[in-house]
Design a binder for this molecule. Sequence first.
Ligand code: ATP
Ligand code: MG
Length: 759
Amino acid sequence: MDPILQGLNHAQQDAVTSVSNVLQILAPPGSGKTKTLTSRVAYLLQHHRYKPWDIICLTFTIKSSREMKDRIAKLLGGDIARRLVLGTFHSVCRRYLVTYGHLIGIQKGFGIADSSDTMAMIKRIIKRLRLNVDAKKAQSRISSSKSKGLPSPDQQGGHTTWESAQKPAQKKTLEQQEFFTVFEAYQSQLAKSNLLDYDDLLLRCVDLLRQHPACVSNVEVVLIDEFQDTNVVQFDLMRLFAAKNKRITTVGDPDQSIYGWRSAETKNLQKMKHQYPDTLIIHLKDNYRSSGAILLAADEVIQQDMSRPSKYLLPTHCPGTMPVLRRLPTPEIEALWIVSELQRTVGLTGRLLAYSDFAILLRSASLSRQVELAMGRAGIPYRMVGGKKFFDRLEVKILLDYLRVISQPNNNDAISRIINIPARSLGATTVKGLLEEAETRKVALWTLLRNSTQNIPRTKLSKAAEQGLGSFVNLILTSRNKILDVSNPGSPETILGYIIEKLDFRHYLEKSHAGDQETRWANVEELVAQASEYTVYDANKWKEDDDLPNIEGLEQQRGNAAEEAMAKFLANIALASELQKEEEDLEGKGKGALQSQVTISTIHAAKGLEWPVVFVPSAYEGCIPHSRAEDTDEERRLLYVAMTRAQALLYISCPTKNSQREETALSPFLSTKPVGNMLVNQGPTINSSTVNDIAQILRRDSPTQAQIFEACETLQSIHDNLWPLTGEEEVKAIGAKWSKWDSNNETPEHPFKRRRIQD
Ligand code: ATP
Ligand code: MG
């Protein structure tokens, strides 16, 4: 049998080998959609003799694109996998803009503005123009206009056109007028700083492909995962990428559409059928991910949506262990319960499960604090996904800002953030003055600074400030020269090392962050380790490796290889910190990856992924459904997505009081009788038969008795150290009053009580 088809069921094989030009695979969670899509890519490459760059495959997360690449590498070799145009919409669009952006006036070496950059920019604009606009609202409104494909005011020559695209006949209110002013100033600031924001990456790529369809004249097939969550702009991109011969495969599941709030259009599934009437629909039915019991509970939740056609998840695994729904007094205790269940499970399954097999999925990233705290205290390593933990750390941000300025000196915001770090006698007032001066002269701050001796009236700067400025400019210039040095181009790692040395950064951390300088220094080392992944390609290798093919008649834009390595490093960080991406892509390659870590993630960022054990905390009304959410059905689907990530064990929990100490009600999605019937209120008994079930679901070997005892021993000592460290009064009492937790007055076992496996 063809190795590509091995391990696929009949429906999956049909989808992989289908000769239909337009294919839509519609199927529930865990039915192998992504696996099938990956196999189809491999099959097309193998049997249709396409070149890797003739296929565009778009995924939703960096993690899934990497998994797809790995699988294709196994089937067809690493060389082919590396050259595929396979990645998220944002990363693929960036690649096209890097290569062909100059055709639509995008400057070489553009940077990516992440959401904290855009926020800073918007705030500054509002302040400068003295407008009465809420910055956060403006940010989300700008993004939502862009993701609906509404052109920005500057592209359309002013407010009137933009507005008429929305509401033709209405007169602008003051609020609208002010918003347009912000929007316009924001776009012009981005352009001046040679930055594109996330939405621009897609929108500008649409512009590029509309004006220069030849850029994709080689593309034979376009494949898209998680199609239910694409927006209008992404639909356009699909059409444009596939313009040559309209061969498209999409996979999706309307039950998992959870990005409506970001202008995703489930309608795209139908729209595709209208646009391409010969679309062949293939359904996959069997679920290969989760235990039967988990699927039953998830099914009961999604069935509450009466508007959807009734369909059920079909398990291929054993029923396994009933999912748990547990009410606990407070979020602190809830977090401790999660940690203790986690430890207990690791122990009682005899290390069949490692920390990396556990995920804690949150309705919003802001809920992570309690869980992080409890994990920290118990010494359990974890990583945050969908949050911005690593790249948001101050010391990491400072160094990244230096790199951004070196790579793209027109970035006024980044310069203002770092110009006085370490202190250079350039305080906030001086920097403000410099910015205003630059504004008046209509030049970028960098242009002003670079020529400071001629340009800035000396009287405005103190002697010390002038010196400070000189040393800053000098550092940026020498670092830039290192990148541009043709004979010995500086890699991101070299440049980073150079700045760290020149800034005497370790000393700076000791001085200004005494107390936790070691942790901060470790983060700096981690960043250097990540930078080392980005090597400067020599010209030939670069051409082959990561580049779009040469197309006759289309001039490609080439930076020098070192500039490109740096731009790529920075772009990947910017893309990784976007909500739907995982920092893990970068962090995972660093030292931290050696240790097995629990994943803490938002539910949104967990889409398409799976873990043996999943915890879903804070399942109360107001959190899920979220009090500010407009679409209750979408909130329900979100819970459904969270539940269907679990393979063997699922724990849902709900504190009776939230962090503001207000009484909470259990999420209405969980309080119906049919759902209740599918859940139990205690941590599951874990005995040899349940351990065997888990092993079977995960296709792993069952642990031996000896392994189980050994794991329990170690965990007992962890537990003994855990409780005295918890601090808070309420929580201190837990050890003693464990049984009082349970509202039903049952006496659950102490979670760490050593016990023998029942045979
Ligand atoms: P989601 O909707 O959550 O994205 P999906 O439909 O994309 O899910 P996959 O992630 O492709 O599902 O597959 C789920 C799990 O089932 C994976 O571990 C995959 O390897 C496994 N799987 C898929 N098909 C089969 C099969 N035919 N035999 C065995 N395992 C399979
Ligand atoms: Mg999938």
